[in-house]
Ligand binder design. Sequence first.
Ligand code: FPP
Length: 242
Amino acid sequence: MTKPEHIAIIMDGNGRWAKSKGLPRVAGHRAGVKTLRKLIEHAVKLRLNAITVFAFSTENWQRPEKEVDLLMDLFISALESEVEDLHKNNVKVTFIGDRSAFSSKLQNSINQSESLTINNNGLSLNVAANYSGRWDIIQALQSVASEIKSNTLAIDEINELQVASKLSLANHKDPDLFIRTGGEQRISNYFLWQTAYTELYFTETLWPDFDSTQLELAIDWFSNRERRFGKTPEQVAQTQNQ
Ligand code: FPP
């Protein structure tokens, strides 16, 4: 069975999960953190390589101030309570996105969790926070432009590899499986460049209800996909038989 090497996840449906139980939205986010914890445990067991979760998008600042504040507090408390366990499990934590907009307390928690786990070589847990796919492409272009300005790069040297090397997670394989819970079928400004050949999996399950069985269902679905990368089915079969 082909296992995905890198799974990108949109953890959607926390608010609706809470509403269905007559609870405030933040209870849904708290339940979402518990789900994430269990998912990571299971991913470690399955020896998955990398998971990148969308924790907070550039657009999420538009939510009611109270919800944003509660989410920020939740990030801090989740990091503080989980980082030791993540470290013990050899998980390497990396944040992508513009962290400069976060409070210094949250930035400290982020920096500490990254530096504690930097040498771990088990599961890579990447957290996209104040991230968007368009932001990522823009910051990559800025970096390319500054190399051109300083004459370290010529315009005709700009190619896919050059641009990809400046994107967040350039050291990772592009996600091969994208999972979105909560029933919506869109990318919502998550990885844009990096999902060119990603298999897209959508489930109605709300994030707090997404458990290890659900993860395995998604992986099974992935392993039955024929990944052609623009080639014909016959060409793919030929390469597999070589
Ligand atoms: C989307 O559900 C979920 C979020 C915007 C937040 C997800 C964040 C976590 C689960 C915490 C992760 C914590 C760390 C430290 C990585 P929604 O609110 O859009 O749900 P709805 O569509 O039902 O309203």
